[in-house]
Design a binder for this molecule. Structure first.
Ligand code: 2NE
Length: 256
């Protein structure tokens, strides 16, 4: 597949996957998701690749989640986010999120699913689903709770606040925070360290960590099927419309 939304480069044992839609804070549309999934699959089968880095183009955003403009016009038809989540989890090589700016909404979920997260001190973290009429059922919610604990995960999802890199590190959401200018060098250093380790031991360790939460796949599949139905409702559409019209959403009439 020709790449239009993603940059893909393999260098010295590391595959660098960069979401390249900076004018939309690296939001993903259906095409972006399928390109990302294809790059991860390529890295999976390339015996020269030992580590994968996921990042965003520019210095403002890692990824701002689903493209709300595309959602408002054509919906998220053809967007298979679960396939992307699955390949990030199952690729038998460590995946590092190089968080260079906003990691928001479905973009926040992507960094949570990576094995390791190294962030710039300027990075900002948060979920927005209940503000824009969406949610990331499955790994986006339940696995986040494994990372930061139930109370904090519910706060993150219910209140849709933004958190600084220092706050993210304090809650165990990222492994390391460095000045923005040093981010790439720091990540390269982590890659070099990982590439010196036994790939089979890393593969077994990853599979073993995953085994504890693999059951979330099932509920995630069910949840995304429900999400498709929710997106068809007036309530969910009000969320996307409000974001695009740069106003606060009005959900009050939908309380049941
Ligand atoms: C990311 C954030 C916080 C950045 O704020 P700021 O102030 O730095 O930038 P601004 O002005 O909001 O954004 C710059 C341009 O990028 C577009 C904006 O509309 C704006 O465009 P113009 O007005 O210049 O034309 N942009 C930013 N994010 C976009 C997006 N996600 N889709 C389309 N265009 C986007 C701030 O921009 C923000 O909060 N963005 C939205 C975050 C969000 O709600 N994401 C979706 C969550 S739902 C989801 O990801 C999802 C899911 O839950 C389940 C399945 C699949 C996806």
């Amino acid at each position: 597949m020709e790449l239009t939304d993603v940059l893909y480069e393999k260098r010295d044992g590391t595959a660098w996957i960069t979401i390249n839609r900076p004018e939309r804070r690296n939001a993903f549309r259906a095409r972006t998701v399928s390109e990302l999934t294809g790059c991860f699959r390529d890295a999976w089968h390339d015996r020269d690749v030992g580590v994968v880095v996921l990042t965003g183009a520019g210095d403002k955003a890692f990824c701002s989640g689903g493209d709300q403009k595309e959602r408002a016009t054509s919906g998220y038809e053809e967007m298979d986010v679960t396939a992307l989540h699955t390949v990030i989890r199952n690729i038998p090589k460590p995946v590092i999120a190089m968080v260079n700016g906003f990691a928001i909404g479905g973009g926040h979920v992507l960094h949570v699913l990576c094995d390791l997260s190294v962030a710039a001190d300027s990075a900002i973290f948060g979920q927005t689903g209940p503000r824009v009429g969406s949610v990331d059922p499955g790994f986006g919610t339940a696995y986040l709770a494994r990372v930061v604990g139930e109370k904090k995960a519910r706060e993150i999802w219910y209140l849709c606040r933004q958190y600084s890199a220092a706050e993210a590190q304090a809650m165990g959401l990222v492994n390391k925070v460095v000045p923005a200018a040093e981010l790439r060098r720091e990540v390269e250093h982590w890659c070099t360290e990982l590439l010196a380790k036994s790939p089979t031991a890393l593969k077994l360790a990853k599979a073993s960590f995953n085994a504890d939460t693999d059951h979330i796949h099932g509920i995630g599949g069910l949840g995304f099927a429900a999400l498709e139905l929710y997106y068809g409702t007036e309530e969910a559409q009000e969320g996307a419309r409000a974001f695009n019209e740069k106003r606060a959403p009005d959900f009050r009439k939908h309380v049941k």
